[in-house]
Ligand binder design. Sequence first.
Ligand code: NAD
Ligand code: LMR
Length: 341
Amino acid sequence: MASNGGDPPMVVTVTGAAGQIAYSLLPAICAGRMFGPTTRVALRLLEIPPAMTSLGGVVMELTDCAWPLLASVTATSDAAEAFAGANAAVLVGAFPRGPGMERAELLAKNAGIFKAQGAALDAGAAPGCKVVVVGNPANTNAMILSHFAPSIPKKNISALTRLDHNRAVAAVAAAVGAPLGDVGGVCIWGNHSSTQYPDVTRATVAGKPDVNVVEVMGGQQALSETFIPTIQKRGAAIIAARKMSSAMSAAKAICDHMASWVGGSDGATVSMGVAGAGEYGIEAGTFFSYPVTCTGGEWSIVEGLTVDEASRKYIDATSQELQAERSDALSVLSAAAESKL
Ligand code: NAD
Ligand code: LMR
């Protein structure tokens, strides 16, 4: 894991910083769970003007925690200030889906946010800045952000699907009765939505080479009827129970995502929403969750996996949903451009 003990602190921008994910995420960053136990961080916290008072309270709490790794905190509602010199950016802030809101309407609200933040990142981020988009619809927001941040290499922009990955790993570990760390080969394909495909067809359990995870989990039919929809709809189940979306687990997943990306995944397969080059028949440039490994600060899509017929159907369905979101987002953006909004 990178260390910058005597170096300038790492500048980390977090948007939506007064929200509930950030309330779990910010202490985790300051405790070294994202960049390691010796890397100091300078936090740049972005919020919308009505949330600045609340963000002031978060800053007071961060200060009162007396984190040794926290070099400084800046709270702002100015995107240019928030992204200036950013080495890492976690884009959590987004327009929430209201009751009865259509997908196109949600996309339209968020397209404006990610267009503006993409432009601010493009203008001010440090070279090599790594970006993870969390705010939903995360994959399509990442696509919009990337479009408006042309100087940032696509490989440096990602969407969070590690939460789905962690959910799948936890479910497999429980099903086979193994420690979480022993479960490997699980991955999430596609969109961070209810069409995602949590794939356990190559799952392994360390120390138990004879265990066939698919069989232990009841076979393909049981996977289709229980495990897959449970993971696909886990976010909605948490919202139904908490009346708020996942926050603690989302914050943990964001730290895992960045820690793997920056510090390496030690050969393990993890899941990241990234713009591929057409791997597995997915349109190049689509921000699609793939199985990846990370080393030297770079992700690589795991290639050459055999995709069975059932898996192919799930992968195609989530790919189609992403193409539809992309086309909705592009029509919103071109309508906005035509009316000079
Ligand atoms: P929240 O409503 O508690 O917080 C969001 C914050 O973002 C609010 O404080 C809001 O003021 C701020 N915000 C809105 N627009 C902004 C902008 N333009 N710039 C800066 N800040 C802005 O929501 P939350 O629970 O923290 O969730 C945030 C987002 O993350 C939601 O879109 C949620 O659906 C999504 N989410 C994604 C995953 C994932 O795995 N990808 C998991 C959980 C939640
Ligand atoms: C989750 O997966 O928990 C969230 O993305 C759900 C949501 O819609 O905020």
